[in-house]
Design a protein around this ligand. Structure first.
Ligand code: GRG
Length: 303
């Protein structure tokens, strides 16, 4: 399956992404009203509404629509995925983790609100994510909602984001093998993307085969996301430096280009994109078109 066969023009896909992002932003704004105590809700809203690409919620909604579900069925859990993603970024930027001062072009949460509030804003967003799914999902059977909550939970905890982050922290300053790098990327990045997509299918009432196809698709896309990130790190910094050996090849951080070379990393990215497309071949082409484009968008993104 290739993009040439998809019954959707590139401009229509851009419009699809923009419309979905707008709907998600509106739902996120409503999910966290500016209420007492103001400081915590300001801190939550500051990072949640800071203008990310909304890849996870869009993936969730597109997967729901893939199997015939309406956007509204998936919106609460799509928002939950973005709340979890945002909390992981807030905590990742803290001085005890990556100690970053800038995120999405703005000062990080703890720089603006202080470390204590940033920790609490992350905690509140994580808690709200699950509360929001349980309280706001309508027209979906309770067993499906519970299945989706379990899926999302496993993507966040020690089998997901937390496990990946811990391995990442522990590997600092050590020689990282390819399989360790894959573990970190799968857990820090792919698991939440996978859960977002799978939850969309669950909410739409998809069957086990549909769930597995979408799971495989999203797993490939998740790893692809990170391989492309690693490649961009190298190519961006070599452009900046005006030479072939980029920042990342020289730095301590393990990346795909560093471990396998830029050509093999490029090839690996192409294999992952092809695999993702193959999983989609099972579905009706019109319905699969947005996910097809989403994989292509992630493979070819420039930032
Ligand atoms: C879950 C309790 C708990 C703690 C979190 C800090 C941590 C544990 C995990 C770190 C997870 C992390 C920072 C993963 C990297 C994820 C990633 C690929 C971020 C970039 O995502 P984009 O490009 O960002 O979608 P935007 O800004 O567009 O949303």
């Amino acid at each position: 399956k290739s993009l040439q066969q998809t019954p959707l023009h590139a401009s229509q896909f851009e419009e699809y992404m923009a419309t979905k992002a707008k709907n998600v932003n509106k739902a996120l704004g409503e999910a966290v009203p500016l209420q007492h105590p103001l400081k915590i809700h300001e801190a939550m809203r500051y990072s949640l509404l800071a203008g990310g690409k909304r890849v996870r919620p869009i993936l969730c909604i597109a997967s729901c629509e893939l199997v015939g579900g309406d956007e509204s069925l998936a919106m609460p859990i799509a928002c939950a995925a973005e709340m979890i993603h945002t909390m992981s970024l807030i905590h990742d930027d803290l001085p005890c983790m990556d100690n970053d001062g800038l995120r999405r072009g703005k000062p990080t949460n703890h720089k603006v609100f202080g470390e204590e509030t940033a920790v609490l804003a992350g905690d509140a967003l994580l808690s709200l994510a699950f509360q929001h799914v349980a309280a706001k999902t309508t027209k979906v059977s309770p067993d499906r909602v519970i299945q989706a909550i379990a899926e999302l939970g496993s993507a966040v905890g020690s089998e997901g984001l937390v496990g990946g982050q811990l391995m990442d922290l522990c590997s600092e300053g050590t020689e990282v093998s390819l399989s360790e790098l894959e573990y970190i990327h799968v857990h820090k990045t792919a698991k939440l993307l996978e859960a977002s997509a799978v939850c969309g299918v669950i909410m739409a009432g998809g069957n086990v085969i549909e769930i597995e196809r979408v799971r495989n698709y999203a797993r490939c896309v998740g790893l692809l996301f990170q391989v492309v990130d690693d490649i961009l790190d190298v190519t961006k910094s070599s452009e900046e430096l005006g030479k072939t050996a980029g920042k990342d090849l020289a730095s301590d951080k393990a990346t795909y280009p560093k471990l396998m070379g830029i050509d093999k990393a490029d090839k690996f990215a192409r294999i992952l994109a092809d695999q993702a497309m193959q999983e989609l071949a099972y579905f009706e082409p019109t319905k699969a078109a947005p996910l097809c484009y989403l994989a292509d968008y992630i493979a070819n993104r420039k930032n």
